[in-house]
Design a protein around this ligand. Structure first.
Ligand code: C5P
Length: 247
């Protein structure tokens, strides 16, 4: 069973406040997107990557990722739309019946329409560039062992309160049953496609769409280094971690 990783990288990065789209912002001198894709490929378990970038950045992404088994497409107006475009592009490329959802931009030679886009699909935020390759391998191993949907999770360190619109506390949530969810999230391709076919509005993660089908989602231990770069603080943290760990 081959593995394709979908990398939604079409966010504007408004909360980061950078001049460039977030995926192209350098961390430790290397664009976030390049680190994310190379981390996936370094796991040794990913055969191909489909990257969704903002319209107008396809050329830049192709150049950045040249020489890698990567296809670049145009993302959507939200994360769900970007992943949906990637799934459509994969189906178009492997001869499936779906409509073509995204502008394709292969970075390798050859006939993209004969490429194999996999039975296992990972979805991994470009915004998590320091994700250890071992985490990707663990998610794929869990799918290969028979799970159909797998997410990496971490326990919560902070106490969690429920609040209303005025910021008044209405209760304390039992944090022992809560987990923070990371990516890559892994799925059998058939289940993820079914989840996206049924999806109504935008979801913050892909497993949520699988849950909405009533299907089981399983967990593997996440990793602190798989944190998402959202704010300037996160970027600074990533810079500091890279400075402490020579590559
Ligand atoms: O905004 P946030 O950090 O939650 O986005 C998570 C991931 O989804 C990022 O890698 C971002 O580039 C991607 N995204 C996307 N298309 C959008 C919005 C976000 O691919 N329209």
């Amino acid at each position: 069973m081959s593995v394709v990783a979908v990398v939604p990288a079409a966010g504007s990065g408004q909360r980061l406040g950078a001049a460039l789209p977030k995926a192209f912002v350098p961390v430790g001198g290397v664009p976030i997107l390049l680190r994310a894709v190379d981390g996936l490929l370094r796991s040794g378990v990913v055969d191909r990557v489909v990257v969704a970038v903002p319209a107008g950045q396809v050329g830049a992404a192709r150049s950045l990722l040249a020489g890698r088994p990567v296809v670049v497409i145009v993302g959507g107006s939200d994360r769900t739309g970007s992943v949906r475009n990637a799934l459509h592009a994969m189906d178009g490329a492997s001869g499936g019946e779906r409509a073509h959802g995204g502008e394709r931009a292969g970075t390798r030679g050859g006939d993209a329409h004969t490429e194999d886009f996999g039975d296992i699909v990972l979805v991994h935020d470009a915004a998590r560039p320091l994700t250890p390759p071992e985490l990707t391998a663990a998610v794929v191993a869990a799918i290969r062992s028979g799970r159909h949907a797998v997410v990496p999770v971490l326990p919560l360190a902070d106490t969690v309160k429920q609040v209303d619109g005025d910021g008044r506390v209405h209760g304390t949530v039992d944090r022992s049953v809560l987990r923070a969810v990371q990516t890559p999230q892994g799925f059998t391709r058939a289940l993820l496609e079914r989840a996206y076919d049924a999806a109504g509005s935008a979801a913050t993660d892909d497993a949520g769409l699988v849950e909405a089908l009533g299907e089981s989602v399983h967990t593997v231990p996440g990793h602190a280094s798989a944190f998402k770069i959202t704010t300037p603080w996160d970027l600074q943290l990533a810079e500091m971690l890279l400075a402490r760990t020579p590559e």
